[in-house]
Design a binder for this molecule. Sequence first.
Ligand code: SAH
Length: 224
Amino acid sequence: MKIDIITILPKLLEGPFNDSILLRAQKKGLVELNIHNLREYSSMRHKNVDDYAFGGGAGMVMMIEPVFNCINHLKETTTYDDLIYMSPDGEMLTQKVANTLSLKQNIIILCGHYKGIDERIREHLITREISIGNYVLSGGELPAAVLCDSIIRLLPGVLNDETSALEDSFQDDLIAPPTYTRPAEFNGWKVPEILLSGDTAKVEKWKHEKAIERTQERRPDLLD
Ligand code: SAH
């Protein structure tokens, strides 16, 4: 899978992709992540990427031209399945959205800033808009990193234990069961006896029951 991210703040994206699972996924060649600095696609002398809003009002708006140039440049060598704009009024990011996107070959993610982007980019170039929650952040970089993480960990071979992503919360619309590790007793706090029994079938049954119990308790909406 290839993910091209368009941003005016490439540095903000260096951290999340240069450690742990996301770095390993790139090293293994399971995902190619390219970060494109939007300023390089501005034809203006001072490499401007934003301008005042027509009709007035506070806040700058990201201009069409650099985004258009950058997307055209990327499209010269790649055919994209989706051109995503991170936006607080987009479709909410859920595990299902992540699952769907993990099956794509090539995607572009555009990070907005300031007041957002010129509406005509959304109308004519963007194919999908995704929000990471009902709150407003100052830029699309952190949302893009969240989206990428949710997708990349699902790619086959990225997680060491192939099945572990399937057991996470929200797959099958259930919350994950509680987890424990050594020691079996700490400070008088004990691990449920059944997990120490070695009886795999019973353990699996217990985990499933706990997952349902938790979902009923914490997220009954998922069971509907
Ligand atoms: N004026 C816009 C907010 C702009 S915030 C509005 O009221 O809807 C600046 C940029 O941050 C946006 O263009 C978007 O790319 C990103 N952003 C902010 N909050 C986000 C969220 N919850 N999900 C996804 N992207 C978000």
